[in-house]
Design a protein around this ligand. Structure first.
Ligand SMILES: O=C(O)CCC(=O)C(=O)O
Ligand SMILES: [Fe+2]
Length: 315
C-alpha cells in the first residue's frame, strides 16, 4: 500500500461507434475488449464523446453549488432507500458526502429534488444533472448489450434493460489538508448492475486487481470509469468480475465525482440464466431480490461480511 503502482485500467474507445447501426467490425472489436476487461478487471476506462463539454463543465459547478448548501438544506433529501438520499457526516469517512438522485435521467424527478434544495428553483442544476445522466445511460446500455451478446444472452436483452432504474449519486471528498493519504471511501464492491463514474481532476479512486494490487484510476476529462456490480456478477454466474474499490485522498483540493448506477427494480428476481450454468460453472447464487439483499447488506452482519452476497444467497 502507498507505493506507486504502474498498473492501469484497460482503455476502450467508444467514440468511433455508431450506436444505432448494429454489428459492425467496430462494434465487434469494442465488444471483445469490453468482455476481456470485465473478465479480468471488472472495470475499464471508456473514452466516450457523447457528453458535450459544456455539460461536463457545468456539472462540477453544479456539484460545488450543491455541496456548499447548508447541511440542514442537504438533509431535506432523505430517502427511504439506504444510500439514495443525502449521505455524509460519517465518522469512519469524514471527508465524504454524497447526494443520491433517483431516476436522474427523467427531468421531473430531478427537478423535484432540486426544488427541495432550492425552493426558488435552479433550472441549470436540473438541466445539467438530467442531460448528463441521459447521455450516460446510452453508454450503460451499449456496455450491457455488449456483455449480453458476448455471453450468448441476447434473448434476455429487453427483460434485462427493463428490469433496472438509474440512480445518479454525486459525491464530494474534502481534501484532507495533509500530504498523508487518508481514507475517502471504504473499500467495497458495488451492489448494482453497472456503475459509470466520472470525476474532476483530483485523483483518488483505486480499483483492486484479482491479485490484490491497487490500481490508481487517472481518467482524462473525456473518459468514464465503467465497473460491474454484484447484481450483474450474480446474474452472469460469476463470468465477469465485480471489483473491490475505494477512494484515498491526499492534499488540499476537493474531489468531485458522480456515479450513474443501473439498479434492479424492487421485486425483480435476479436469477442466472441456464446459458451461463454448466459443470465448469455451477450456480453460485440462489435467485434474489436486489432490494431485499440491500436490506441485509446494511445490517451489522451484512456490513461485517467479507462477501455479503455470498452470505445472503450463496449456494
Ligand atoms: O468517487 C468515486 O469515484 C467512487 C465512488 C464509489 O465507489 C461508489 O459510490 O460506489
Ligand atoms: Fe463503488
Amino acid at each position: 500500500m502507498g507505493s506507486e503502482s504502474t498498473l492501469s485500467l484497460p482503455i476502450i474507445d467508444f467514440s468511433k461507434l455508431s450506436l444505432s447501426s448494429g454489428a459492425t467490425d467496430e462494434w465487434e472489436s469494442v465488444k471483445s475488449q469490453v468482455h476481456k476487461a470485465l473478465e479480468e478487471y471488472g472495470c475499464f476506462e471508456a473514452k466516450f464523446d457523447k457528453v458535450p463539454i459544456e455539460i461536463r463543465n457545468a456539472l462540477f459547478g453544479s456539484l460545488e453549488e450543491l455541496f456548499d448548501l447548508p447541511l440542514q438544506t442537504k438533509l431535506r433529501n432523505v430517502s427511504r432507500k439506504p444510500y439514495h438520499g443525502y449521505v455524509g457526516q460519517y465518522p469512519q469517512v469524514p471527508l465524504y458526502e454524497s447526494m443520491g438522485i433517483d431516476d436522474a435521467n427523467i427531468y421531473e424527478k430531478v427537478d423535484a429534488i432540486t426544488k427541495m434544495l432550492w425552493p426558488e428553483g435552479n433550472t441549470t442544476f436540473s438541466e445539467t444533472i438530467q442531460s448528463f445522466s441521459e447521455k450516460l445511460t446510452e453508454l450503460d446500455q451499449v456496455v450491457r448489450k455488449m456483455i449480453l451478446e458476448s455471453l450468448g444472452l441476447e434473448k434476455y436483452l429487453d427483460e434485462h434493460m427493463d428490469s433496472t432504474n438509474y440512480l445518479l449519486r454525486v459525491m464530494k471528498y474534502k481534501g484532507p489538508q495533509s500530504t498523508d493519504t487518508k481514507l475517502g471511501l471504504t473499500s467495497h464492491t458495488d451492489k448494482n448492475i453497472v456503475t459509470i463514474l466520472y470525476q474532476n481532476d483530483v485523483v483518488g479512486l483505486e480499483v483492486q486487481t484479482k491479485d490484490g494490487e491497487w490500481i490508481t484510476v487517472k481518467p482524462s476529462p473525456d473518459s468514464f470509469t465503467v465497473m460491474i456490480g454484484d447484481s450483474l456478477y450474480a446474474w452472469v454466474n460469476g463470468r465477469l468480475h465485480s471489483p473491490w474499490h475505494r477512494v484515498m485522498m491526499t492534499g488540499n483540493e476537493a474531489r468531485y465525482s458522480t456515479g450513474l448506477f443501473s439498479i434492479p427494480k424492487a421485486g425483480y428476481i435476479i436469477k442466472a440464466p441456464e446459458e451461463v450454468i454448466d459443470e465448469k460453472h455451477p450456480l453460485l447464487f440462489k435467485p434474489f431480490d436486489h432490494v431485499k439483499f440491500l436490506g441485509f447488506y446494511y445490517t451489522e452482519a451484512g456490513q461485517k461480511s467479507p462477501s455479503a452476497l455470498k452470505e445472503y444467497c450463496g449456494v
